[in-house]
Design a protein around this ligand. Structure first.
Ligand SMILES: Cc1ncc(COP(=O)(O)O)c(C=O)c1O
Length: 374
């Protein structure tokens, strides 16, 4: 196959493995031979390294990003009768975690430029039952954490960051996950920092909260006594193998994020200038966007998507149906004005982006997209 006709993958996890193969193989063997597979030294080492990376006091490794959000809510004692303000324009996991905690998701609109929660909309949705604001750093672009922090402080609310798509992103020079009471990460394999299975983590500065999270992830046990639950908890442990693999990959996160940003700059240079016909992503001043996804906006989205697919180019929609319109969740949420959210869902298109995408592939994707709009 010539480079001009080869399929272009949306993501390439096999390439990621090949890139780090010897270190990943060695880490795997180390864990297999250790005879210790759950919550051991590998998890402790990864938790320390990731807390240092995010610049927070501590990190608690858990089973998934969904569990990270659920455990953060539970550890902050948010549950039935409480409202949590978040967005409808997100992965369903954000809202699923709030529902699993027994609280009510209150969905507000996004800023149409960054596709992240609109601070004024969040402020307008606060009621006497509101307990938390849960911004999502969608696609890798930080939400406006300064404005949201001020709103949370003014109303005595918790700020819980959904960082599942934004490992390493910064707002005013400070890593996402370190602004809120808790920062929740997913290590799903496609994420910027991805395990080779499920995984997640909560980061926080408050020691009491970190202790509560550790207890919650293992049935409500405490370090002083196993097999006796001091509170109600669950099983959401990060395993040794995933922790060892994540430690290998964490060392490369900044370099891989830098390559994602470089690819994004190439795309934007090639795709700009078409006005409303094609709007490339915007990076707000004071933010670094780590481009988990590179999402353009075009009124001819379905036509463009079909044209790319016909040429073997992997493109996708994140997300096609806002949460308040999904059958499983529409009756579980309270909604505010979601005009931007609903307009976006019909126009967004995610182009291939991952650290192993070559410049000639970026150029081919861009050319195919421009040709489809001609
Ligand atoms: C924004 C967002 N929040 C939460 C999650 C949940 O993460 P996980 O799939 O690890 O449960 C994801 C990933 O799917 C996500 O993209």
């Amino acid at each position: 196959m010539t480079p001009a006709s080869e399929p272009i993958l949306f993501n390439d996890l096999a390439a990621a493995y090949q890139e780090h193969k010897s270190a990943l193989d060695a880490a795997t063997l180390r864990v297999l031979e250790s005879g210790w597979y759950i919550l051991g030294q590998e998890v402790r080492d990864f938790e320390s390294a990731f807390a240092a990376y995010v610049h927070v006091g501590g990190c608690v490794g858990v089973n998934s990003g969904t569990d990270a959000l659920l455990l953060a809510l539970r550890a902050l004692h948010i549950g039935p009768g409480d409202e949590v303000i978040t967005v409808a324009h997100t992965a369903v996991a954000t809202v699923a975690a709030i529902v699993l905690a027994g609280a009510t998701p209150v969905l507000v609109d996004v800023d149409p430029i960054t596709f992240t929660i609109h601070p004024a909309a969040a402020a307008a949705a606060v009621t006497k039952r509101t307990r938390a604001i849960l911004p999502v750093h969608l696609y890798g672009h930080p939400a406006d954490l300064a404005a949201l922090g001020a709103i949370a402080q003014a109303h005595g609310l918790a700020l819980i960051e959904d960082c599942a798509q934004a490992h390493g992103a910064t707002f005013q020079g400070q890593r996402v996950g370190s602004w809120g009471d808790a920062g929740c990460f997913s290590f799903y394999p496609t994420k910027n920092l991805g395990a080779l299975g499920d995984g997640g983590a909560v980061v926080a500065n408050d020691d009491a909260l970190l202790q509560e999270l550790r207890s919650q992830r293992e049935y409500g046990w405490t370090p002083a006594q196993r097999y006796v639950s001091q509170a109600q908890g669950m099983n959401s442990r990060l395993d040794e193998l995933q922790a060892a693999l994540l430690s290998v990959k964490l060392a490369h996160l900044d370099a891989e994020n830098a390559r994602r940003m470089e690819i994004a700059r190439h795309y934007t240079a090639l795709l700009g200038g078409l006005g409303d016909q094609l709007i490339p992503p915007v990076v707000r001043a004071g933010c670094t966007h780590v481009f988990h996804l590179y999402v353009v906006r075009t009124p001819r989205r379905d036509h463009v998507l079909a044209a790319l697919k016909a040429q073997g180019i992997g493109a996708a929609i994140h997300y096609p149906v806002p949460i308040h319109q999904q059958p499983g969740y529409r009756d579980a949420v309270v909604t505010h004005d979601l005009a931007h959210t609903e307009a976006l869902a019909a126009e967004i298109l995610s182009l291939p982006i991952h650290p192993w995408l070559r410049d000639d592939q970026v150029a081919r994707v861009a050319a195919a997209l421009l040709a489809a709009l001609r």
